[in-house]
Write a protein that binds this ligand. Structure first.
Ligand code: TYD
Length: 133
């Protein structure tokens, strides 16, 4: 599985930096932005895949691990920088864990919220991806 980390362009300054996402920074048009915050220590998020939706995850503050599965392989990516975006394509199972205290996960999504787009059972996911191949 190819891990796609996107460098978020920065405007750096001794007074602090600016990260900018615009035009072609990410490979889809953003239809929704949301963020995870106040995640209790030990909590796990995600645990699903999306049929159509693609996402970029950014650790705007703090750190967390993203476990990715494509039905064959598993990869773990630690996000801990506000200038790196992890692209998660559609049909990829993801779990988010090991949130540091105060971590904020910004999510840029290619679609508006639609529960019908979720696959929330790993068994169902495995069947879904094997039928897609
Ligand atoms: P979910 O996507 O399962 O959270 P995570 O992957 O971060 O663990 O969403 C949790 C709940 O919030 C679920 O009931 C759906 C709801 N939800 C919305 O209503 N709108 C949204 O934009 C999102 C992301 C979730």
């Amino acid at each position: 599985m190819k891990i796609k980390l996107i460098d978020i362009p920065k405007i750096t300054n001794t007074k602090g930096n600016i990260g900018v996402i615009e035009n072609d920074t990410i490979p889809f048009d953003v239809k929704r932005v949301y963020y995870l915050f106040d995640v209790p220590s030990g909590a796990k998020r995600g645990g699903h895949a999306h049929k159509k939706l693609k996402q970029i995850l950014i650790a705007i503050s703090g750190s967390f691990d993203v476990v990715l599965k494509d039905g064959k392989k598993k990869e773990v990516v630690t996000l801990n920088r506000p200038d790196k975006g992890l692209l998660i394509e559609n049909n990829i199972w993801r779990e988010l864990e090991n949130f540091s205290s105060g971590a904020v996960c910004l999510v840029l999504a290619s679609e508006v919220y639609d529960e019908e787009d979720y696959i929330r059972s790993f068994k169902e996911y495995k069947t879904f991806v094997s039928n897609e191949l």
